[in-house]
Design a protein around this ligand. Sequence first.
Ligand code: 3HC
Length: 279
Amino acid sequence: MKIGVIGTGTMGSGIAQVFIEKGYEVILNGISESEIKNGFNIIDKNLDRKVKKEKITLEDKEAILEKLNICVEIDELKECDIVVEAIVENMEVKKELFKKLDEVVKEDTILATNTSSLSITEIALSTKRPDKVIGMHFFNPAPVMKLVEIIEGVASSQETVDKVHELCNQISKDPVMVKEAPGFIVNRILVPMINEAIGILGDGIATKEEIDKAMKLGAGHPMGPLELSDLIGNDVVLFIMEVLHKEFGDDKYRPHTLLKKMVRGNLLGRKTKNGFYKY
Ligand code: 3HC
């Protein structure tokens, strides 16, 4: 089975890594030579870390990387059995990509999106195969987090759902089924919680360290909400809040002004080396 992954950011490269580590042949597609190099470097570094920790040998690393092919042309994905898209969270850009993909890939290829909150149904409508379009939502860091949310659009067929479910099992992920709805399960719960933590900080009620410590020690979270926001990307957190706010129309989803201010100031978290914390 050949897997296509589109997008060379943290999620795209993380997803590609998951598949090659399980022995799948992957074609990782990015928008430019420098972007695909960036994706390759993320995977290479992650595998190096595993070698250093003696989780894998250098030979294992080389064998894993053998499975990875990189390309900038969408046409090169034509032989893939499933393509997972992990590009920018912009509906128009995604629709354009899916339309193009639909023309390039085989008739029975499944087109999956890793979108964090956009409508699978709407993305599917840009193709002539809405039954084969589905959400496959991985979590950051993708090589570590066990969950994949499998999101059924209105037209996703049972056959597509079953195939993606089986594939998740093959890559040792533990999927949950979700019917399409804004934010699905995790982001609908997690992202408003992060927004609330930002509100507590913005209101001057506690410091960032105290907020994060409180949620780690008081609620058993592996990371505090502010350090997690920096990991996810504060722009992504804002985007998801905006989708929830727009779709539900409920004021409880209004993004906090501090979050908006930080995104305007390019304090996006780990990716800009500056967010709630400095990196
Ligand atoms: N990439 C790859 N591997 C990573 C990694 C990364 N970015 N960060 C950590 N790891 C690996 C480490 O190498 C280590 O591997 P090992 O067990 O084989 O040695 C393992 O993960 C544990 O890492 P650490 O010991 O360094 O640190 P922690 O035990 O604190 O774990 C964590 C790090 C897994 C990130 C943990 O803090 C955690 O689970 N945090 C919460 C993450 C979370 O909630 N993610 C979901 C975000 S929401 C989302 O992604 C949806 C999107 O739509 C917004």
